[in-house]
Structures are given as structure tokens and as C-alpha cells.
Ligand binder design. Sequence first.
Ligand SMILES: Nc1ncnc2c1ncn2[C@@H]1O[C@H](COP(=O)(O)OP(=O)(O)OP(=O)(O)O)[C@@H](O)[C@H]1O
Ligand SMILES: [Mg+2]
Length: 351
Amino acid sequence: MDNNIAVSMRHITKAFGTKVVANKDVSMDIEKGEILALLGENGSGKTTLMNMLSGIYHQDSGQIFVNGEEVHITSPKDAYDLGIGMIHQHFKLVDVFTATENVALGMDKKVAKNNKEIAKAIEDICDKYGFDVDPKMKVYNMTVSQKQTLEIVKTLYRGANILILDEPTAVLTPQETDKLFTVIRNMKADGKSIIIITHKLNEVLAISDRVSILRKGEYIGTVQTSEATVQSLTDMMVGEKVELDIERPEPVSPEKRISISHLTCLDKYGVKALDDVSFDVNSGEILGNCWRRSQACSTRKRAARSSIMTPRTGSSASWSDFPSPPSRRWACRSPLFPRTVSAWALSAAWA
Ligand SMILES: Nc1ncnc2c1ncn2[C@@H]1O[C@H](COP(=O)(O)OP(=O)(O)OP(=O)(O)O)[C@@H](O)[C@H]1O
Ligand SMILES: [Mg+2]
């Protein structure tokens, strides 16, 4: 096997139950010291495939080789022992612990160090790669970006040479993304292999050396990023030529269906969950909502799921065409409005 290959996955298949084949006969390689983007539509099997490298799942069939040797990864500990660490979309940190205590958690007693030594090691890792972590800070005081940084530092502290980041930029601002990319490049310069799962094609083009594409659980191919374009990657992901310049005709005689004006809500803890939100939804249009996951996503989930909130301020919300307030059940099922909109509209008008 090529000496430059850090990990080789051969004919990997993984099914959930009898109906869902998340990965079907996938064979791909991760080179030493490269940044590999793993690309695919929702549900194409990216996380499942990487979860097998990180010991969360075990393949039904197929083989995994690390540095040319066949390995059997049956737990995250096996993966760490092989130098593989994964930073999951949902962080695995203990909120009431400090950064140091989180790094110490779960370490083998034989190699365990005291907190002072660990704090020093954290600082060394930060200096080496350009991270910024306060070893004494409690996780509940950290921003999402700081928590993610801590997860990466934790993985490096355990000696990972192959790092898998699952949609790391989904929770970051553009400035935080730039910072993350800088440390990813520093890790690559230190010889680490980094696999970054992302949907964002501009990020794939900006950060990776190669791109591997999955579609519906199957491996489609790997291309050099320098030879790829947004169009070529999209076509590979979707499996057909995709028209990226979508025509967006103006709606004909649009009518205002929902109008939210200066809506501010407090959540059950008294924290401002929505702050002066205003928007209209017109007939014949699709309205997109973009939010940072840390803030609005949890708010909208809370709003949509259960505690429909009372607006603290907000001058008006109107829902035309409906003689009576639609039920919450209707709102959640409605194909017309995303849950957010319906929940907000409900909360504003009928709470
Ligand atoms: N634990 C599980 N049990 C059952 N089905 C699962 C499980 N995990 C994943 N799947 C299914 O396997 C398929 C692949 O899922 P996976 O999460 O790996 O895709 P993905 O490419 O990471 O998608 P996304 O971009 O949405 O994160 C999907 O159909 C998903 O519903
Ligand atoms: Mg995923």
C-alpha cells in the first residue's frame, strides 16, 4: 500500500435496519498531511462513514487500514489509540467543568496527569497551532466557537494525527470560520490529516486539497480541489447537470399573508430569545430563514415545539386568509410555512 496513505477504507458497507443502507461499498483513501473535504447531500452517508473511523459505529462489511495495517475499530478508544479523533456536530463537553477538566475526562489512569500539567499542555497546543483556550474557563461560559476549539484541543491532546471535523462551520460566523481555517492549515503544516465534512462549496474550494463525494451512500469519486469548480462539485453531488442560475420570477400580485413587526420575546428564563424581528411573508414566494445555530435554532425549536412564547413587544402580527387561529399542530405540519414562521406567527397573534 502507498506509504503516503494515512487511512484506507475498502468496500465499506453499513446499514441501519433492513431498509437504510447508509454506506454501500465505499472505498476511499485519506492521505497523510492533507485536508480532504467529504462532500455530499443531506443523508448521503458522510457522518456514518466517519463514525466508523472514529469508533462510534462498526461496518457491516469491508476493511479499514491505518498506515497500511488492517485495523478493527470498535470504540472511540480504539480510534484514539490509532491517532484518529472526531469533532462531532454536537459537542461532547461537560458544561460545569473547566476546559482542563474536560480534557482530563476519560483519560486512561495510567497516562493521567494532574490538572496543572494538563493546563500547561493545553497552552502548548494553543501556542503551536494558534488556538485560544483559557484552561480555567468553565464550558458554560464559552461561546460555541470556544467550545469547538476546546473539542479540537482535546482531540489533539489525546494524540490525534487524523482529525475529522463534522460540519464545523455550521455553527460559526464568517470571522470564526476564517480563524478555524487558519488552525486547520497550521495542523496540516504539522503533518496532520484533516477530513472536513461540509456542504458549503465555497469552503471546500477554499480549504481542501482534495474532495471526495458521496451520493446516496455510494462513493462517487475524488477530485483535486485545484481542478474543481462549484458547478463540477454540484453535478457530482447531485448526479446530473444542475442549473445554478435559478430563475426567480417576481410573484404575480403578491398578497401579504403574514406580517411580523418588531417582535421581541423572552424565553422561560427571561432571556431575550427574539429581538426586534420583523418580516412579511407574501403569497407566491418562498421565504428563507438563516440563523446561527447557537442562538436562533434553539429559540425556534423551543417556540415550535412546546412553549409558544408570548411577545414582550411587537406591534402587530396578522395572518390573513384564516378565519380562526390555526392550531399548533397545523402550524407544525404546514408545508407552506417553515415551523419558525408558523410558531412565531402563532405566538405573536394568539398566545
Ligand atoms: N443511527 C441511525 N439509525 C438509523 N438511520 C440512520 C442512523 N444514522 C444515520 N442514519 C441514516 O443513514 C443515512 C445517512 O445518514 P448520515 O447522517 O450519515 O448522512 P450525512 O451525509 O451525514 O447527512 P447530513 O448532511 O444531513 O449530516 C440517512 O438516511 C440517515 O437517516
Ligand atoms: Mg452528517
